[in-house]
Design a protein around this ligand. Structure first.
Ligand SMILES: Cc1cc2nc3c(=O)[nH]c(=O)nc-3n(C[C@H](O)[C@H](O)[C@H](O)COP(=O)(O)OP(=O)(O)OC[C@H]3O[C@@H](n4cnc5c(N)ncnc54)[C@H](O)[C@@H]3O)c2cc1C
Length: 306
């Protein structure tokens, strides 16, 4: 395992630019325990420069054309594993079917970062407070993970082991795509976050909501995900949130805030993520934005997202 390499041997021996997924997997396999995938490199490159990267051979998958595709297939929006946040902003298919992803891409700080950073990389990076990952979890998205034995789709919410640690082993596996169930009329998603502290690019609290409305405007279904730096992202559905107490919208809002507050209190040491007023503001903002979008059928992304 690369983790076992002595510190002094962790300098780069090879940078391999793969032109297909098969080629990348073959390289990982041929250099088992020494090689690791790099996507946009926004996380990996600084680590390599600081000699903190554990791998000594890097496999770059950012030029694999199959991984740059965005398509609609079998009722899913499918986004390739090398699609960057800048691509997301340019793809009409994403603007049409999943405008919430445009909100997120807008938030990734600075255009140079947006040009390189990938959605797949943010999943494997496994921060508990990634806007992209939290929103994908609320949307019930899955990641396709390819390795020597084949490829399988796994729910993104199941890929988080603990903050910073992913179930995806990027020394042997590649996230080749992300697929998101398409939303129909009167269904929508939205994200809200606490604005990052001065000098910090990460938010301390993120909430994303996907929901569907019945003809009478009442909730048909709802999925809510919450992320914080110290926690593994967590998601709840309407049945779990209503908890037998959700007859009215006010009951549901109360239950949502209580559920999230109680979750964040566990393991938190009194930081901003445990402040009930802030939790309420963020989770209800995401909920209201999603409601508004579902009611108006608006496909415009929300420029005012903090
Ligand atoms: C200044 C700055 C600001 C940032 N702001 C934000 C922010 O606002 N929100 C946020 O969520 N993140 C942010 N990040 C973190 C990071 O940029 C994102 O998580 C980014 O999306 C990572 O993507 P990447 O392609 O650059 O990953 P890389 O750096 O290439 O890789 C990151 C990890 O993912 C693995 N990996 C990458 N692609 C694949 C793949 N296809 N298959 C398997 N493993 C893969 C790598 O092996 C590595 O372990 C920021 C980073 C910086 C430096």
């Amino acid at each position: 395992m690369v983790e076992l390499l002595p510190e002094g041997k962790r300098s780069l021996r090879d940078y391999y630019l793969a032109s297909s997924v098969e080629e990348a997997i073959a390289y990982l396999s041929a250099h088992s325990g020494e090689a690791q995938i790099i996507g946009g490199g926004t996380k990996m490159m600084p680590m390599m420069q600081r000699h903190q990267a554990l791998a000594t051979r890097i496999v770059d998958v950012s030029r694999i054309s199959a991984l740059k595709r965005v398509r609609v297939q079998d009722n899913y929006l499918v986004i390739g594993g090398a699609v960057t946040y800048a691509h997301i902003l340019k793809k009409d298919l994403i603007a049409t079917h999943m405008p919430v992803l445009l909100d997120i891409a807008q938030l990734v700080s600075g255009s140079p970062l947006r040009r390189e950073a990938t959605l797949a990389g943010s999943i494997v990076h496994a921060r508990g407070n990634s806007e992209g990952a939290i929103t994908l979890i609320a949307l019930g998205a899955e990641a396709e993970i390819a390795n020597l034995t084949g490829a399988q789709w796994m729910p993104i919410r199941a890929l988080f082991v603990r903050p910073g640690v992913s179930r995806v082993n990027s020394s042997a596996e590649i996230v080749t795509a992300v697929r998101i169930p398409l939303l129909e009329a009167r269904q929508a998603a939205a994200m809200a976050r606490r604005s990052p502290e001065e000098g910090n690019c990460y938010s301390s609290l993120i909430s994303a909501v996907a929901l569907g409305l019945k003809d009478d405007d009442s909730l048909d279904w709802l999925s809510m995900a919450v992320g914080a730096p110290t926690h593994v992202p967590r998601a709840w559905n309407l049945r779990e949130l209503a908890n037998g107490n959700g007859e009215t919208d006010a009951d549901l809002r109360e239950s949502v805030v209580e559920t999230v507050s109680s979750h964040l209190r566990n393991g938190s040491s009194g930081d901003a993520t445990s402040d009930r007023a802030q939790i309420s503001a963020i989770v209800l903002k995401a909920y209201e934005r999603a409601l508004r979008r579902a009611r108006t059928g608006s496909s415009a992304h929300i420029n005012s997202a903090p």
